[in-house]
Design a protein around this ligand. Structure first.
Ligand code: ATP
Ligand code: MG
Ligand code: FE
Length: 343
C-alpha cells in the first residue's frame, strides 16, 4: 500500500510516500525558518500561507522522486493535530481533496504519534523495535515519557510542567544572543564548551516521579550569563553546562521510566532527539543496562512528512480511516487514540 504523508502542523512543510511493502520511497521538506526568523518566532498566518504556496510543488517533487504517478497512491495521511489550526487546515484540505478525487481512504494523524513512530520507520542495527517500550518525546512543544503498550496504545508516564526541552534550548540560546531558532546552534556551541565550567541543576531529579521542569534552568543560565564576561569562550562553556544539565536530567528520568514500566527498550523522538550528546548518553545507558535504545535518523527527529506517511500507513493498513470532512484537532490527547490492530 502506497501512502502519501503530509505534515503542516507548524513551520515545516513535509511530504513523503511510504510503501507498506517497500518502505520509504521518497520524502521532501521545506522549512519556513527564514520566513519567521525576523519575528523571532513562528507567525501563524504567515505559516499557513507558506504551506499553501509550497505543498503542491512538494507533492509533485516527492512523487517524481518516488517514480510514481498520483494515481498510484492507495491512501493519504495528514497531520490533523496538535498544531496551529490554520497550518493544519492547509494540509488537511489538500489531503482530503486528493483522497476524494482519487477515491482512496485518508486519515488524520496525531503529530506526536508521528514523532513517536519515527524510530520504527527504518531498520537500525538491531532491526525495528517492537512494543512494549518506553518512548521519550522531546520536541519544541512536548517533553513526555510514554509507555507504549502497543502501537496506538499510549500511557503517559510523565511530562514537563512548564517548558519543553526544545523550547528550553531555543529560549536559552536566545538569551545568550543566538539567532532564532537557536536550539541546534546552542548544541553546536556546546561541543566547544568545557564540561564543569558551569554547573546547573538537574531539575526534579532529587525526588521520585517522572515529570520534568525546564523553566528554572533557563533562569539559572540567564543569571550565570548576565554575571559573566560574555565572551565567546564563556558562551560555549555555558552552552555546555546547560546541555549537560538537560541531557543528564532526561537520562535519569528515562532510566526510572524503564524501571517503572519493566521495559528494556527505549525509543527517542522529536527535535531534541537529534542532539548528539543526548544520543551518546542514552546509548551508553542502554548498554550499561543491557537494554536497547532506538532513534530516528537526525533529519527525522524534527518535523517531516515521512513520519506522518508511516504512522498513517500503519493505521490505513489496519483498515482505519476518517470520514470525508476536513477536520483538525489543534489540541489532542494521545491517550485517546485508537489502538492499531494490524491484520
Ligand atoms: P512539537 O512536535 O512538540 O509540536 P516541534 O514540531 O516544533 O514541536 P520538532 O520539530 O520536533 O518540534 O523539534 C524542534 C525542536 O528541536 C526545537 O526546539 C529545536 O531547538 C530542537 N532541536 C533541534 N535540533 C536540536 C539539537 N541538535 N539539540 C537540541 N535541540 C535541538
Ligand atoms: Mg519546526
Ligand atoms: Fe514536531
Amino acid at each position: 500500500m502506497k501512502v502519501l504523508g503530509i505534515e503542516t502542523s507548524c513551520d515545516e512543510t513535509g511530504v513523503a510516500v511510504y510503501d507498506t511493502d517497500a518502505g520509504l520511497r521518497a520524502h521532501a521538506l521545506y522549512s519556513q525558518i527564514a520566513l519567521h526568523a525576523e519575528y523571532g518566532g513562528v507567525v501563524p498566518e504567515l505559516a499557513s500561507r507558506d504551506h499553501v504556496r509550497k505543498l503542491l510543488p512538494l507533492i509533485r517533487q516527492t512523487l517524481a522522486e518516488a517514480g510514481l504517478g498520483i494515481e498510484d497512491l492507495d491512501g493519504v495521511a495528514y497531520t490533523a493535530g496538535p498544531g496551529l489550526v490554520g497550518a493544519l487546515l492547509v494540509g488537511a484540505g489538500v489531503a482530503r481533496a486528493l483522497a476524494w478525487a482519487l477515491e482512496v481512504p485518508a486519515i488524520g494523524v496525531h503529530h506526536m504519534e508521528g514523532h513517536l513512530l519515527a524510530p520504527l520507520l527504518e531498520d537500525g542495527p538491531a532491526g525495528r523495535p517492537q512494543p512494549p517500550f518506553v518512548a521519550l518525546l522531546v520536541s519544541g512543544g512536548h517533553t513526555q515519557l510514554i509507555h507504549v503498550e502497543a502501537i496506538g496504545r499510549y500511557r503517559l508516564l510523565g511530562e514537563t510542567l512548564d517548558d519543553a526541552a526544545g523550547e528550553a534550548f531555543d529560549k536559552t540560546a536566545k538569551l545568550m544572543g543566538l539567532p532564532y531558532p537557536g536550539g541546534p546552534q546552542l548544541a553546536m556551541l556546546a561541543e566547544r564548551g568545557r564540561p564543569q565550567a558551569f554547573r546547573f541543576s538537574r531539575p526534579m531529579t532529587d525526588r521520585p516521579g517522572l515529570d520534568f521542569s525546564f523553566s528554572g534552568l533557563k533562569t539559572q543560565v540567564l543569571l550565570a550569563w548576565r554575571d559573566s564576561d560574555q565572551s565567546d569562550r564563556t558562551r560555549a562553556d555555558v552552552a555546555r553546562g546547560f546541555e549537560d544539565a538537560v541531557v543528564d536530567t532526561l537520562a535519569i528520568k528515562c532510566g526510572r521510566a524503564l524501571d517503572a514500566s519493566g521495559c528494556d527498550t527505549l525509543v527517542v523522538a522529536g527535535g531534541v532527539g537529534a542532539n548528539k550528546r543526548l544520543r551518546a548518553r542514552l546509548q551508553a545507558m542502554a548498554e550499561q543496562r543491557g537494554g536497547r535504545v532506538a532513534f530516528p535518523r537526525p533529519a527525522f527527529c524534527t518535523d517531516n512528512g515521512a513520519m506522518i506517511a508511516f504512522a498513517g500507513a500503519l493505521r490505513l493498513r489496519a483498515g482505519q480511516h476518517d470520514d470525508a470532512s476536513v477536520r483538525v484537532t489543534p489540541r489532542w490527547d494521545m491517550a485517546s487514540l485508537e489502538p492499531v490492530v494490524s491484520g
